[in-house]
Structure formats: structure tokens, C-alpha cells
Design a protein around this ligand. Structure first.
Ligand code: HGY
Ligand code: MN
Ligand code: MN
Length: 428
């Protein structure tokens, strides 16, 4: 009886060894953010680390080694994700997973994805320092090519389509080539897929990337839902001809049609009530000379909203207007949907509430909010109860080298992540 009581006490003790007020090490977390930013550092002081680049691969190796140094069993899965496992006391339990991504958009910042990844290292460090072993195994996932279509998480959710492997990212590599470069294997991607129930819970810490938390002086955002997003390549085919000898009224100028289309995307998206967004973020014109009328133009098209129906409605209006513009401009237009579509995702309400109480116990203010940015948690939500913790982004700037989150805010988020994981470990 006494032994039983002692063991109950000890077991209770292990879960509570880490006082609720225990914080992560703010300086160490920020140092790691700066260390990670060295991978891809350019002469102008900015970092470039698009997925599949040499810098991305070097950073992947560095993070994997860090995880090994923290005692995890680490491998690169067939989709190029870094997966690190820390044993729990109860091997029958499914893992609690957390992590984010280390790839960046071109001309991006040091915090998007990097915070959640470096916070994962920090959480593990604090657990090691306090000699805490959770009941559940813990699994860190650093997802591959998040910015190019949440590739790694999509593979884990089991719906990375074969056709997506041909999508080219800003490095010029296709996803298929990129996966091989990262140490994955395109012929075995299906083996990466998990079933519903394989993961007990997934939590991602991320910068907000908008300006709401800062404006409202809130420490922590709790994500209720993540927008869906769809991408297309829109091809305009005209006729390349001599820019000096072809009269203005006999041109088939693909770039002129594309320009009108870009304006229309903005106007049509704005014409609907709601918070949907539509963007043309990339354009190429061929042959690309000042003295040749452009014969071929490809633009991107992206539409986001919390409702798939709204995305569809906005797209249909844009498509109809695009066809009208093409006809009037005597060019052909083709909309090619890319297999990078993400459906809107609802975050798990119980974990949302757990994050709220955890943050409040730490004396942090919270706000429930939607995410206008896409995230790996979106795909993870298809197979596991998933949630996201946001921290403020200075000036609401993101996908820019000016992106910034203070060390104190990062530490708040990482501390909430740490205690949320411990709370989930007790609860699940
Ligand atoms: O594009 C996005 O929303 C995300 O940052 N990948
Ligand atoms: Mn991003
Ligand atoms: Mn991100």
C-alpha cells in the first residue's frame, strides 16, 4: 500500500515536476532563431532558403543533428520531413506531435515556420533539463516545403498527389526532384501517410503574420480555423510579333491581356462581401524582349477563404471575366489548377480551450482568431486533433525580410507550447 502510494505520488510528481510557471529560455530560443537564419545568409544580410535549395538542405541537416543531440531518434522520411521521436513512459500511447517548417518564401523573414521549429528544440531542451519523460511519446516534425504547397504535411495526411510532384517551385526544382534532394524517395511517399488516430494531437506554434494581436495588445492567438487556398497557373497565348511594325490594332498581346486580368482579379475579389483574398503574385512573359510583342504569359492565381464555397464562387467569376478579357484581346486563356490546394481546416476546440487556460495560468492574454495564412496544421487536422498557437508579428509584416517577433513574444509562445504539451499528456 505504502509502495503504491509512493509510486502514485512519484508518478503525479513527474507530471507536475515542471511548475506551471516554468518558462523556456528566451535567450537560447532567440539564439537558435539567429543560428538558423545563417543557413542561406546573403551578403546583404538577408537570408534566402526556399525549399530544396542547398541552404534548405544544410538547415535540414543542422536541425536533424540538433534533435539527435537532444536524444531523439531522428530520420528523414520519404517526403523529406525531419521526424524526431522521444520515447514516452507508456509505449501503448500515440505520440503528441509538434513542429513547423524551416523553408522560406523568396525574400522571406526569419520567423515564419522557424519559430515553431526552434521552439520545438527549446521545449525538448527544457524537458531534458528538468528530466521529464512524458507518458506519451513526443514526435517533432519539421515539415518539408511548406511554402510550396504544404508538401510534407500533405504527404503525412496521405493526400500528396502524384501530379503535384511536377509542380516547380522558386528554385526551379519540381517537388519530385526536391523530395529526392532532401533525402526522400518519390516512389515511397505513400508509406509516409498516417491513419486517423496514429497521432494523439498536433500543435504548431507560429507567428501571426497579421497585425491583430499587436493592435489589440494580446500575447497569444488561438487559431479557430485556417483558410483554404487554391492555386492556378493562368496561361495567356497570343502571337509574338515585331513591336515596331505591328500596328496597335492588329496585335495579340498576351501581356496586355494578363495585365487587364490582374486588375480584374483584384476588382472581382473585392466585389464579394467577406474576407476572401485573391492574388496574382507571379508573372512570366515570353519571349521577354522590349521589341517583341509578348506571345505567351503565365501568371499565378491564388484565392483564399475560410469557405470552399466562397473560393469556388470567386474563382468562377474570375474565370468568366478572364475568358471575356481574352476574347476581346484576341488571345487564348487557360486556367490550370495546381495540386497544391488546401481545404479550410477547423482546429480542435478542446485543444483550443486547453491552450487558453494554459496561457491564462501563465498570466498571458489570449484571443481566438482565424488564420489567413496556410499552415501544416491544416493537413495535420485531417488525421489528428490539431491546434495552433500564434504570437504577435510586428506591424503585421510577414513573407518579408522585415518580419519580426520579439524574443519575449517568442518565449511566451514557446512556454505556452511547452505547457500545452504537458497538459495534453495528462489529459489524453
Ligand atoms: O502561404 C502561406 O499562407 C503560408 O505562409 N505558407
Ligand atoms: Mn509562410
Ligand atoms: Mn509558415
Amino acid at each position: 500500500m505504502v509502495i503504491r502510494l509512493i509510486s502514485i505520488f512519484l508518478c503525479f510528481g513527474c507530471a507536475t515536476l515542471l511548475a506551471q510557471q516554468t518558462k523556456v529560455n528566451q535567450n537560447r530560443l532567440e539564439r537558435r532563431i539567429f543560428e538558423l537564419a545563417k543557413f542561406g545568409l546573403q551578403e546583404n544580410g538577408e537570408t534566402e532558403r526556399v525549399a530544396f535549395s542547398d541552404a534548405d538542405i544544410a538547415a535540414q541537416q543542422w536541425v536533424a543533428q540538433n534533435l539527435r543531440d537532444l536524444g531523439l531518434d531522428v530520420h528523414i522520411d520519404f517526403a523529406g520531413n525531419i521526424v524526431g521521436r522521444r520515447k514516452g513512459k507508456d509505449s501503448t500511447k500515440k505520440p503528441i506531435s509538434f513542429g513547423s517548417h524551416i523553408d522560406r518564401v523568396p525574400h522571406g523573414g526569419n520567423y515564419d515556420g522557424c519559430l515553431g521549429s526552434m521552439a520545438a528544440l527549446e521545449v525538448l531542451t527544457v524537458l531534458n533539463e528538468n528530466k521529464i519523460t512524458t507518458q506519451h511519446p513526443l514526435e517533432i516534425i519539421i515539415f518539408s516545403n511548406e511554402e510550396g504547397g504544404v508538401m510534407g504535411s500533405r504527404a503525412i495526411a496521405g493526400h500528396l498527389k502524384k501530379s503535384a510532384l511536377g509542380v516547380v517551385n522558386s528554385t526551379g526544382y519540381t517537388m519530385g526532384e526536391g523530395i529526392m534532394r532532401l533525402g526522400g524517395d518519390t516512389t515511397r511517399i505513400a508509406e509516409v501517410a498516417r491513419n486517423k488516430g496514429d497521432i494523439a494531437a498536433f500543435v504548431e506554434l507560429h507567428i501571426e503574420q497579421g497585425g491583430i494581436l499587436e493592435k489589440e495588445h494580446k500575447d497569444i492567438g488561438i487559431v479557430e480555423g485556417i483558410v483554404g487556398l487554391k492555386w492556378w497557373d493562368v496561361e495567356f497565348t497570343g502571337f509574338p510579333n515585331h513591336a515596331g511594325t505591328t500596328p496597335m490594332n492588329s496585335r495579340q498581346d498576351a501581356l496586355l491581356a494578363a495585365a487587364k486580368f490582374i486588375v480584374a482579379v483584384n476588382e472581382i475579389t473585392n466585389s464579394f462581401e467577406g474576407a476572401q483574398v485573391g492574388t496574382v503574385g507571379r508573372i512570366t512573359a515570353q519571349p521577354g524582349a522590349p521589341n517583341v510583342i509578348p506571345g505567351k504569359v503565365v501568371t499565378s492565381l491564388e484565392i483564399r477563404d475560410l469557405s470552399s464555397e466562397v473560393i469556388k464562387k470567386v474563382y468562377q467569376a474570375i474565370e468568366a471575366k478572364g475568358k471575356e478579357i481574352a476574347k476581346a484581346s484576341k488571345v487564348e486563356i487557360a486556367f490550370k489548377p495546381l495540386d497544391t490546394t488546401a481545404d479550410p481546416a477547423i482546429m480542435d476546440t478542446e485543444i483550443q480551450n486547453l491552450i487558453k487556460t494554459t496561457a491564462e495560468k501563465l498570466g498571458l492574454s489570449t484571443k481566438k482568431m482565424p488564420s489567413g495564412a496556410g499552415h501544416d496544421a491544416q493537413d495535420m487536422a485531417l488525421i489528428a486533433p490539431s491546434a495552433m498557437i500564434f504570437v504577435p508579428s510586428k506591424g503585421g509584416i510577414s513573407h518579408s525580410p522585415l518580419e519580426f517577433t520579439s524574443a519575449a513574444d517568442m518565449a511566451n509562445g514557446a512556454t505556452v507550447l511547452l505547457h500545452t504539451i504537458l497538459a495534453l499528456d495528462k489529459k489524453l
